[in-house]
Write a protein that binds this ligand. Structure first.
Ligand SMILES: C[S@@+](CC[C@H](N)C(=O)[O-])C[C@H]1O[C@@H](n2cnc3c(N)ncnc32)[C@H](O)[C@@H]1O
Length: 248
């Protein structure tokens, strides 16, 4: 069973592929876009939930999304059509690290996709290349709430604690103008939705050749979450600006 199909099925009830509730996504977009934004870019946009929500809320906004996943982009296109915003959304199937554009953007988003760039600071460096003067970056990445086990590091990557994460960002010349730390409820809801929706699909489709694999994948993921990383993993979204000279 392809990873992409697992991910598509698992996200059916939680289309934002990051541990954030709808109200958190709304507020982060509001703080990232402000009143003036006209162009937004999402590097690692997945199924385009952030962009589509922004386009629905801000009728003068135009959006560009980049992702390697063809199936995620197909879902983004479909959602945008249903919600009547497809004419303001450009989607590119590409490696986000290599994406170039002549357009500069008032907001560059990258949530849960830092691995595509080699970490949070590399993500910010890539985002900066696309940023209009005075623009903002909305970046979301993991951090360690508690010391992780070696298995958790192996599974999720090498994060630091929250204060160190923010320190590194500010030393790099970024100024946080808003932030959101996913709550225990948001972190758990994401995992219950992911594992539970995939398991439900398997139970509802016993004749599908992928059914038993999906059920096993849901069980493995739930086990890893509960035993390996639930206590250690946190997730933070930062809305960042640079000062007018581009340095602090
Ligand atoms: C955890 S999901 C987050 C999706 C979206 N930002 C959200 O919050 O709903 C990570 C996304 O990064 C995409 N991705 C991974 N590597 C990538 C790369 N090199 N270039 C572009 N997208 C990439 C995946 O296909 C996936 O859609």
């Amino acid at each position: 069973m392809r990873r992409e199909r697992i991910s598509q099925l698992a996200h059916a009830h939680h289309p934002v592929a990051s541990p954030l509730g709808d109200e958190s996504v709304r507020r982060l977009l509001e703080r990232g876009l402000g009143d003036e934004a006209r162009h937004v870019l999402d590097l690692g946009c997945g199924s385009g939930e952030w962009l589509v929500r922004a386009l629905v809320t801000y009728p003068r906004l135009r959006a560009v999304g980049v992702d390697v996943s063809e199936s995620a982009l197909t879902r983004a296109r479909h959602t945008a059509q249903i919600l009547g915003v497809a004419d303001r959304l450009d989607l590119h199937q590409a490696d986000a690290a290599d994406f170039t554009s002549t357009q500069l953007f008032d907001l560059v988003l990258s949530v849960g996709a830092a691995h595509a760039f080699g970490g949070l600071l590399a993500t910010l460096a890539a985002a900066r290349e696309h940023l209009a003067p005075g623009g903002r970056v909305l970046a979301g990445d993991g951090f360690w709430e508690r010391d992780p086990s070696p298995d958790a590091v192996e599974m999720l990557g090498d994060f630091t604690d929250l204060a160190t994460t923010v320190d590194r960002v500010t030393v790099d010349g970024w100024i946080p103008v808003y932030g959101h730390v996913s709550t225990r409820h948001e972190l758990d809801a994401y995992e219950w939705d992911w594992t539970g929706t995939l398991a439900s699909w398997a139970l509802d489709h016993p004749g599908d050749p992928d059914s038993s694999h999906a059920l096993a994948a849901a069980a493995t993921h739930r086990e890893e979450w509960l035993r390996v990383y639930r206590e250690a993993f946190g997730f933070v979204c930062l809305v960042l600006r640079r000062n007018s000279e581009g340095s602090v």
